[in-house]
Design a protein around this ligand. Sequence first.
Ligand SMILES: [Zn+2]
Length: 227
Amino acid sequence: MIFKKTFALVICLFSLEAFSNETAHEVRLKGELNPEKSMELLKNGNNRYATSHPRHNGADLKDRGKLVSGQKPYAIILSCSDSRVPPEIVFDQKLGEIFVVRTAGQSLDYAAIASIEYGVSHLGSNLIVIMGHESCGAVKAALATLKGGDAGSPWLNKLVTDLHPHLKRFSELSQTDGVVVESWANVEGVAHDLLERSEVIRNLVQSGDVKIQNALYHLESGQVEWR
Ligand SMILES: [Zn+2]
């Protein structure tokens, strides 16, 4: 009996967590918007998306009106440009909530770095998520050109060259399912590059004001895995 009650309580708490509709605006009003809380908002949003329980507020005339005078996105998402991985949908976030930077393979050119710097320095975002995904074409292209070869154009060659150091250790190995292992390595490499290339972000991370979090999106389940 006690077991049954405990089990029911656990299920109930899990359900509340999984479908929490709390918004960043509500958390900010309570003065609780730190990097850990930002993570929780994204995890809750991804749970809603993956289980098909999306929020229905946050994108109407009233919401647009509130945002005319400015924006305070709580998190920055650097993700791939892949059409199957739109962060606003994957995290069930609405207008003004997340600041999104997208490049193929999360490649970190000057514009991507500057955009992230702007988000943390001027908009008050306290969390940077580097999100790769299963079956990433940019990761596959970088793997295919590790020993040389043409990716298709000078700019594409530049992009894959930037990813190569993250993937060097896979040059003699066959690709894993959905290049998941290689995509994780790329995410970790991008996070490392971001800290190395941006003094602004390095200082904010060292002071604890901003956190960098690695993530990987799974195409079929819709779930974001965190590391
Ligand atoms: Zn991709």
